[in-house]
Design a protein around this ligand. Structure first.
Ligand code: NAD
Length: 251
């Protein structure tokens, strides 16, 4: 239980990767603050399972991020994981979707980090882990906002690492390829429309086509790396961007 006494905030943790990370941190004794949306009864059950609190702030605005940080209280581990996708050709990309994807996938991490760092500096220990993506270093068509946001998140992480390098605080990205979560499942219909494909074609010829291992990662595999980055053996790992992508970015 090496995280006993640490408070961990995981944004977007009512589902998918964030939930797996929250479970892993709680299993090592961290006091977990959950964030994200979903069915109220299911979230209450998660809070009971993990001994966690839930703060349902909308992180597409600075005010939402500020409210989250105020309610969460000082955090020792900050996992910026909340994210969304929108798939459309550039000429049809809705401006409101661009703004939302940038706000949630990039700007929210700036806001939570700027608010979390003072306590981490004061205590001389902190971990900032940003869920980026294989799309933080590569691109795919029809994902203008997501690719721009994730490249930005990778850059922000490097800046945090440098600014905080002597403070006992590390900042790193984990960059998954395709992980089977609702985020992936939900983009299949738009990709079918954008490319004129069937569901099976999208899974085989678009999604797994990028991932040489031809398998989806599981959320727990991402959580295992996040847990490692919280440990003492990772204290000198900062500014890194770890792919878990079945070889995608090796190509
Ligand atoms: P998911 O859809 O299962 O979970 C997203 C979480 O974010 C949910 O808890 C949801 O309620 C929350 N959320 C959505 N909008 C929000 C908002 N406005 N404010 C606060 N919370 C909000 O998705 P996932 O696949 O687990 O994705 C988690 C992260 O991993 C994202 O940043 C995503 O870009 C990244 N990622 C996912 C994959 C993948 O293949 N699934 C690959 C690479 C990167």
């Amino acid at each position: 239980m090496f995280l006993t006494g640490k408070r961990a905030l995981v944004t977007g943790s009512t589902s998918g990767i964030g939930l797996a990370v929250a479970r892993a941190l709680a299993a090592e004794g961290a006091e977990v603050v959950l964030n994200g949306f979903g069915d109220a009864d299911a979230i209450a059950a998660l809070c009971a399972e993990l001994g966690a609190r839930h703060v349902p702030a909308d992180l597409t605005t600075a005010e939402g991020a500020e409210a989250l940080m105020a309610e969460a209280g000082p955090v020792d581990i900050l996992v910026n994981n909340a994210g969304m996708q929108h798939v459309a050709p550039i000429e049809d990309f809705p401006v409101d979707k661009w703004n939302l994807v940038i706000a949630l996938n990039l700007s929210s991490a700036f806001h939570t980090a700027r608010l979390a760092v003072p306590h981490m500096k004061a205590s001389g220990w902190g971990r900032i882990i940003n869920t980026a993506s294989a799309h933080s270093t590569t691109a795919s068509p029809y994902k203008a906002a997501y690719v721009a946001a994730k490249h930005g998140l990778a850059g922000l992480t490097k800046v945090l690492a440098l600014e905080l390098a002597e403070s006992g605080i590390t900042a790193n990205c984990i960059s998954p390829g395709y992980v089977w979560t609702p985020l992936v499942e939900n983009q299949i219909p738009d990709t079918m429309a954008a490319r004129g494909m069937t569901r099976e074609q999208v899974i085989k010829d678009v999604i797994l086509e990028r991932q040489p291992s031809k398998r989806f990662s599981q959320p727990e595999e991402v959580a295992a790396l996040a847990l490692f980055l919280c440990g003492d053996m990772a204290q000198n790992i900062t500014g890194a961007n770890y792919e878990i992508d079945g070889g995608w970015t090796a190509q």
